[in-house]
Write a protein that binds this ligand. Structure first.
Ligand code: GDP
Ligand code: IMO
Ligand code: MG
Length: 432
């Protein structure tokens, strides 16, 4: 147990990070998003209704906690302002300082979204299936040193200069894709208005997080996406453009590696993936449909149906190692009710031969066949269960198998979307 915790997805995103952050935020002082952008969709269930956060941390339901958006997050000003307004309508984010945004964060420009759509259309069968939120093009500009940051938005003259320098090339690329050019004056007008409304939220997020850590206050680092979508460790090129593993929490916030920070890996009890790319355990039959329908597997950001399949312990062992997970939380166990027998991938074969690890080449990874272990499963409803020992034997066997295979303790089990539908075996976030 640590006084601070990184919460990270270990599959292809949508593992249920939002629900877990919402629960654990009650034990933290600061909840900070460290990477990604509005490609993320994190669902909290409040008074029986879904609340989806895209950029604002999922600790937002807890008054008195500080929510922060770090410098490595890419911020779409228009979407963020709409999200803030929606939350404020519910009486949230009312106190000054309840949301702090780093001035170093890069801003997603309208042209990044245009470029995202244009590139995807041009890729044809090689499309990634992005969320079309402009994340990739924004991060390209960041790496090319031609990005617009939140601090630039706040400086009207610098903004005009940077946009003026950037737009001719952007418009040339858009023309290459057969798209209309963007007008500089229209763009600047919109951005100046957004900058004015964002300004009160801008502050030094890194100092805030470091100071909380120094004082032993709980910090929750909220991951987005999942380790298999990481640009270095995932199924490249079918990945997001950023580092999604737990280490990105430290680099993204300028924190040294010596800190006592735990890493809770969120593991969905089966696999899902939105967009293209290899997924060895995908089911295209009625069992996959059962997971999709029972689990409500439709994108929280794009509404796209998620591909579903058996849990892939080989991929999970790789992902939890890449994140340095110290424990895991298994979510959506309830969804597997009645699917009998259950299968768990414990290895792969390639061209009929055993294959170790995860192939770096997505084309090769797309050709592996999973080797399955079978377990009996269960028929009982789990949503009312609050103790591990009260779970049906089939569910306990399933959890024990996952725990033993990954050699990581299961700290939390989620048996439904609501806060109450949770079994906490150990709280991974202890106050310092
Ligand atoms: P995130 O991106 O990792 O935060 O996950 P999403 O919010 O995109 O997707 C998870 C979905 O599963 C949401 O609709 C949650 O409300 C829901 N959910 C979370 N935990 C559970 C669970 O244990 N059981 C069920 N049935 N649904 C869950
Ligand atoms: P959360 O935080 C699931 C996927 C997209 C696509 C790929 C690249 O809710 O788990 P991008 O728009 O990032 O360039 O898309 O990554 N993707 C996600 N899939 N959950 C997410 O976030 C995702 N964010 C990006 O579907 O395959
Ligand atoms: Mg999601």
């Amino acid at each position: 147990m640590a006084s601070s915790l990184v919460i990270v997805g270990t599959q292809w995103g949508d593992e249920g990070k939002g629900k877990v952050v919402d629960i654990l935020a009650g034990f933290a002082d600061v909840v900070v998003r460290f990477q990604g952008g509005s490609n993320a969709g994190h669902t909290l269930v409040v008074d029986g209704q879904d609340l989806v956060t895209h950029l604002v941390p999922s600790g937002v339901m807890h008054p008195g906690k500080r929510c922060a958006i770090g410098p490595a997050v890419v911020v779409d000003p228009e979407l963020l302002l709409a999200e803030i307004a929606g939350l404020q309508k519910r009486g949230l984010l009312a106190e000054p300082g309840s949301l702090v945004i780093s001035p170093r964060a890069h801003a997603v420009m309208p042209y990044h979204k245009e470029l995202d759509a244009a590139r995807e259309a041009t890729r044809g069968p090689m499309r990634i299936g992005t969320t079309l939120r402009g994340i990739g093009p924004c991060l390209e500009d960041k790496a090319a040193r031609s990005g617009i940051r939140v601090c630039d938005l706040l400086d009207s003259e610098a903004l005009a200069e940077r946009i003026g320098a950037r737009l001719p090339e952007v418009n040339a690329v858009l023309a290459h894709h057969g798209r209309e050019p963007l007008s500089e004056s229209g763009l600047l007008l919109g951005l100046r208005d957004q900058a004015e409304r964002l300004a009160p939220f801008v502050g030094d997020v890194c100092a805030l997080v470091r100071s909380a850590l120094d004082r032993g206050r709980g910090v929750l680092f909220e991951g987005a996406q999942g380790a298999m979508l990481d640009v270095d460790h995932g199924t490249y090129p079918f990945v997001t453009a950023a580092s999604t593993v737990a280490g990105a929490a430290l680099s993204g916030l300028g924190i040294g590696p010596g800190r006592d920070v735990g890493v809770l890996g969120i593991v969905k009890a089966y696999s899902t993936r939105v967009g293209e790319g290899p997924m060895p355990t995908e089911l295209t039959d009625e069992r996959g449909l059962h997971m999709q329908q029972t689990g409500g597997e439709f994108g929280a950001t794009t509404g796209r149906p998620r591909r579903c399949g058996w849990i892939d312990l080989t991929a999970l062992r790789y992902a939890t190692a890449a994140c340095g997970c110290t424990s895991i939380c298994v979510t959506k166990l309830d969804v597997l009710r009645g699917l009998r027998p259950l299968r768990l991938a414990v290895g792969y074969t390639l061209d009929g031969q055993p294959h170790d690890g995860i192939p770096a080449d997505a084309g090769v990874y797309g050709r592996v066949d999973p080797v399955y272990e079978e377990l009996d499963g269960w028929d009982e409803d789990l949503s009312e269960v609050r103790e591990k020992d009260a779970l049906p034997q089939g569910a306990r066997r399933y959890l024990d198998f996952v725990e033993n295979y990954l050699d990581l303790p299961v700290d939390i089990i989620s048996v439904g979307p609501m806060r109450s539908e949770t079994i906490v075996i150990r709280n991974p976030l202890r106050r310092g």
